[in-house]
Design a protein around this ligand. Structure first.
Ligand SMILES: NC(=O)c1ccc[n+]([C@@H]2O[C@H](COP(=O)([O-])OP(=O)(O)OC[C@H]3O[C@@H](n4cnc5c(N)ncnc54)[C@H](OP(=O)(O)O)[C@@H]3O)[C@@H](O)[C@H]2O)c1
Length: 155
């Protein structure tokens, strides 16, 4: 999982874990502990990341889900087993990559609600703002760097 601690990645990690998959995720050093709480194995992204994934999975990984794109996605060829499925929702035009477009129907939402109820799915909240400070929330979102979702509260 590339971008495993992000908004999409962290949910995808938890769904994969709930289905019994072993998950290795690329994250920044600050998110190693967080990823472990999700039951996944962290690898720091950047130079050499694909090699570190190979150390954890010597035969290569069976599937890659990318939420980052660019050089990190290109490097996954070194970490993937022959015939591995590679999908991306960030670099949807990359050659040899299955593009992913997130959409959910009623059955998907019901399944996710079920995982939330059993405690298998948590949404990471990075910051909370009252409605009067919605502009600050928007600025924080645009600036990036908040680990998790930004929530606006009313009342
Ligand atoms: N196709 C679709 O339907 C669809 C749907 C939703 C989102 N998206 C796209 O999917 C992407 C991810 O969305 P998101 O909401 O999950 O974003 P996000 O919450 O900002 O998460 C992005 C993650 O990528 C990590 N990251 C940043 N630079 C990286 C790098 N060079 N190498 C490895 N990891 C890196 C970040 O880690 P750090 O913060 O630690 O750097 C962060 O954890 C965005 O491009 C978004 O537009 C597509």
């Amino acid at each position: 999982m590339l971008g495993a601690a992000g908004g999409v990645g962290s949910l995808a990690v938890q769904i994969a874990r709930s289905r019994g998959a072993r998950v290795i995720g690329t994250v920044s050093p600050r998110d190693h502990g967080y990823l472990r709480t999700l039951g996944a194995e962290p690898v720091t992204y950047g130079h050499g990341a694909a090699g570190h994934v190979r150390e954890l999975a010597p035969d290569g990984v069976d599937a890659v889900l990318d939420t980052v794109g660019g050089a990190l996605l290109a490097a996954t060829a070194h970490a993937a087993a022959p015939g591995a499925r590679v999908a991306s929702l960030a670099d949807i035009g990359a050659p040899g990559v299955t593009p992913v477009f997130c959409r959910m129907d009623r059955a998907d939402l019901t399944a996710l609600a079920g995982l939330a109820e059993t405690g298998e799915l948590h949404v990471r909240i990075g910051a909370t703002y009252p409605l009067e400070r919605a502009a600050d929330a928007q600025r924080a979102l645009a600036a990036g760097g908040t680990p998790g979702k930004i929530v606006i509260t009313v009342g």
